[in-house]
Design a protein around this ligand. Structure first.
Ligand SMILES: *[C@@H]1O[C@H](CO)[C@@H](O)[C@H](O)[C@H]1NC(C)=O
Length: 411
């Protein structure tokens, strides 16, 4: 999710773990972007995801499955309306925190579909999830009784029942600032809304517009972005820092995030949870880059995270007040203090290591660090799996807290 602070990295250091030095400035920029850990993912998916990302075959499968829909739908509908408190589908937008593998079929260094990722996933397979096991979408879906795993929308083998119960549109490296994804050649938040539009069209073709509208309006939507904007784009790359000081960049991000949330609502999502950013200065990679020798959390990145969260939560409240009259609920979810609690009270939760990742604490992207580091044997002791992403155990605790604190507002 978050990349190196280039100001502290000499080009030669980058080169040592990368490829031969490029000749042109354009190549250089490309290469630097390639080094951004969880960010990169190419434009191929954006430009022609229909063919690239395997939607031709799946669509045929879906059409075949459509016949089954007539049989399936009444029962699905029955379950959904039987208990009013039941959430029947979940949809995620965001970055690598909630990307279950949308980057897999793309040319990018920001993948996690190889070991040791997935070491503790069912079957021990690396699916593209950026952790040792399940990621927040899976945990939410299973804890809410929807399904065991939340698949990536760009998966090869989605069936109708997957579409009906929810998917993730999140892509590693994404952010609310369009420049964040451009620099990382990944899908922007707006591109993810395009995918959502594709989803709506596909579901409409299979079950009709009325049923599609029902699924969307009853679904729970979460958006989890902003970390790449702050850590990669603002702190690492100089472009935004030349344009904005931190408070005005945060204002810009908040405006962009609110516009995203409004668009999502305008597209039919009525129950939206807006998840803030984690304490970014506590990520092992950021401590390595900019923190103290004692490996305390880096304060500036944490201040930036708090500033974003404080402003966006106010704006989300305002937006909710505006839109609740039209039957929408838009709620802010805190992840900052929920994760910080684990970091500050590790023993309480059975953790022994808070500032190092089980796979190391570098900012190097997954493919490179895998070549140079191996995972620790005792991930259970760690809050972080790599330099950026929590372990399944940490996610599990945080997701429990989120459900406990916030989910009632979206039911
Ligand atoms: C958000 O939308 C408003 C209204 O369309 C626009 O004026 C503003 O520039 C947008 N903000 C960003 C950051 O794009």
């Amino acid at each position: 999710m978050f990349p190196p602070r280039l100001a502290r990295y000499k080009p030669t250091q980058l080169r040592a773990v990368s490829r031969p030095a490029p000749a042109t400035a354009a190549e250089q920029q490309k290469r630097l972007v390639g080094l951004l850990p969880i960010m990169a993912s190419p434009t191929t998916c954006l430009k022609d995801h229909a063919s690239r990302c395997g939607f031709v075959r799946p669509l045929l499968q879906l059409l075949v499955a459509a016949a089954a829909a007539a049989v399936l739908l009444p029962s699905v509908h029955g379950v959904a309306s039987a208990g009013e408190q039941k959430i029947s589908s979940i949809f995620l937008f965001g970055d690598s925190i909630v990307d279950p593998g949308n980057n897999n079929n793309r040319f990018t260094e920001a993948k996690a579909n190889f070991p040791p990722y997935g070491r503790d996933f069912p079957g021990g397979v690396a699916t593209g999830r950026f952790s040792n096991g399940l990621v927040p979408g899976d945990l939410l879906a299973s804890k809410l009784g929807i399904k065991e795993l939340l698949p990536p929308f760009l998966s090869d083998d989605l069936e109708l029942k997957d579409l009906l119960s929810g998917v993730a549109f999140a892509c590693g490296g994404s952010g609310y600032d369009p420049l964040t994804s451009k620099l990382a050649t990944t899908l922007s938040s707006t591109d993810q809304l395009e995918l959502f539009n594709d989803y709506k069209k596909k579901l409409t073709a299979l079950v009709g517009e009325e049923e599609m509208t029902r699924v969307i309006s009853e679904g729970v939507f979460l958006t989890v972005m902003g970390a790449n904007d702050i850590v990669n784009n603002y702190f690492t790359l100089p472009l935004r820092r030349h344009e904005y000081d931190l408070p005005s960049y945060v204002d810009f991000l908040v405006s962009s995030a609110i516009n995203f949330t409004k668009s999502l609502n305008d597209m039919g999502a009525k129950r939206i949870g807006f998840v803030g950013v984690p304490p970014l200065g506590c990520c092992p990679s950021q401590i390595t880059l900019a923190g103290s020798p004692s490996r305390q959390c880096e304060p500036l990145r944490n201040e930036a995270s708090e500033l974003f969260n404080s402003r966006i939560s106010t704006e989300i409240e305002r937006l909710n007040a505006e839109r609740s009259a039209f039957g929408s609920t838009i709620v802010y979810f805190d992840i900052y203090y929920n994760l910080l609690d684990l970091i500050q009270n590790p023993a309480l939760y059975g953790f022994k290591e808070v500032s190092e990742g089980c796979c190391g604490s570098t900012v190097l992207n997954a493919a490179i660090f895998i070549a140079y580091h191996s995972a620790c044997p005792n991930a259970i002791d760690y809050i972080f799996w790599d330099g950026f992403h929590p372990t399944q155990k940490a996610y599990n605790i945080v997701v429990d807290k989120l459900i406990q604190q916030n989910m009632k507002y979206l039911m």
